[in-house]
Design a binder for this molecule. Structure first.
Ligand SMILES: *Cc1c(COP(=O)(O)O)cnc(C)c1O
Length: 430
């Protein structure tokens, strides 16, 4: 399987899995897409889903990566990466939620992070040690750090703005140790990103040290997110779902929902995809008008979706052959204000006795608005957003024991001024 940039319409530059994974972004600035959509046998997928998520995911991963990686190694990676439950829960009549937050960082990004960490370690085996350099405002950093934790031959440097991530997010990044090197930067998230960018542009440094990124657009993070759509479909069928499901996805950068569209292209039946957004309504507005107008993001209570220029938008276009009429036939979009999101958290609690984090509440609202029949994805555990929940229902969610444990562990991190030279020295030292 080769990968091409979505912008390379005449397919002049092909990349193998390893190159596409280490590059992240294509050299022309586009996003990597598989050269074709491998077709799955849905009967086989349903049979394997009867056994376990890992059995099903192993088949899917081999269907995509089996030409490039030994299927036994893929199987081992999948079993190690996806070692947590993925339940489809009915919270009210006809309302089902696929809970994607049972991994170690309590958000769906664990699927991509854990798969990528292990695959990159394997693809780099026998090569020089590699440094993954990533900047985070909180969530991505912890998923990446956990995803690469203890992967041989890989060290991870996570830059985060000092004092600007939540207590829990900091605990998640700074209590792992081993090959994870968190750096508290005297600056903002933008400064962290600029520092990472400067290192990538530093040819001299790159000639001495092998560095790569773990961007959310990386195919090794993007593709495995398609697996849980197949799973959700199988569980939904098994629970008596009739016809093809509507699938509702709380969205920010549109990596998650476009991975669902990849599943559909590979043979998973669905009726409609429904994108839910917060006040950053760029894609719902595009679906409404046909014109794409990215703009600066605004801060909301569902902050992991505060994106004004979704980085996977081009994948969305590509998956529908750049044809707006095909897109609106298959995709709907809704957007919600903070007040509506907070009201929904209360409504879900009052009516369904179910605690929802603000992102998933956007899923719930969109599901209702679309009069959907299927399920919505829950992207984070409610305890990660305790203060928003407190604000909506008047008390804090009970923290799971794993949460409390992490908060009490010893934290270790480096400190960095907003300085390219300091970062360069640090990279060479570790
Ligand atoms: C990252 C994230 C999202 C948005 O996912 P995209 O793939 O960027 O659309 C939604 N909810 C939570 C909790 C997230 O962490």
């Amino acid at each position: 399987m080769y990968f091409y940039s979505n912008r390379d319409k005449s397919r002049t530059s092909k990349f193998n899995l390893r190159d596409a994974a280490f590059l992240g972004l294509a050299p022309d600035g586009g996003l990597f897409m598989p050269e074709y959509y491998p077709q799955v046998d849905m009967k086989r997928v349903e049979e394997l889903a009867e056994i376990s998520f890992a059995d099903m995911a192993s088949y899917l991963a081999c269907t995509i990566f089996g030409d490039d990686v030994n299927p036994e190694e893929i199987d081992a990676i999948v079993r190690d990466a996806f070692n947590f439950e993925v339940p489809l829960v009915e919270i009210g009549k006809g309302v089902k939620v696929l809970e994607l937050f049972h991994g170690p960082t309590f958000a769906f990004k664990d699927f991509g992070g854990r798969f990528m960490g292990r695959m990159l370690g394997l693809l780099n085996k026998g090569g020089d040690p590699i440094i993954v350099l990533t900047a985070t405002s909180g969530d991505t950093g912890s998923a990446v750090a956990h995803g690469f934790w203890k992967v041989p031959g890989v060290k991870v440097i996570v830059l985060y703005p000092k004092g600007k991530v939540s207590d829990f997010q900091e605990a998640q990044m700074t209590t792992l140790g081993e090959n994870i090197f968190p750096l508290a930067v005297n600056g903002t998230f933008d400064d962290c990103q600029a520092l990472v960018k400067a290192s990538f542009n530093n040819k001299d440094l790159r000639s001495r040290v092998k560095i790569t990124s773990a961007n959310s657009i990386n195919i090794l993070r993007w593709i495995p997110q398609s697996f849980y759509y197949f799973w959700g479909y199988c569980q939904w069928k098994r629970q008596g779902g009739v016809g093809d499901p509507d699938i509702v996805v709380p969205s920010g950068n549109y990596g998650n929902i476009t991975a669902g569209m990849l599943a559909w292209k590979m043979g998973m039946p669905m009726n409609r995809f429904i994108a839910g957004s917060n006040a950053n309504d760029i894609v719902p507005a595009f679906l409404e008008s046909g014109s794409y107008n990215p703009k600066p993001s605004v801060q909301t209570v569902a902050n992991a979706m505060d994106v004004g220029a979704p980085s996977n938008f081009e994948r969305l276009l590509y998956l529908f052959d750049d044809d707006y009429s095909k897109i609106i036939l298959n995709v709907k979009g809704y957007s919600y204000s903070d007040a509506e999101i907070k009201d929904a958290i209360k409504e879900i609690y009052d009516n369904c006795h179910y605690l929802s984090d603000p992102h998933s509440a956007v899923g719930y609202l969109s599901y209702k608005a679309a009069d959907a029949s299927g399920f919505y994805l829950s992207t984070a555990h409610p305890s990660k957003f305790a203060s928003v929940i407190n604000n909506s229902i008047g008390f804090n969610p009970e923290l799971p024991v794993e949460f409390k444990k992490i908060l009490n562990l010893k934290r270790t991190f480096g400190q960095l001024n907003n300085s390219e030279e300091e970062l360069e020295k640090y990279i060479e030292k570790i």
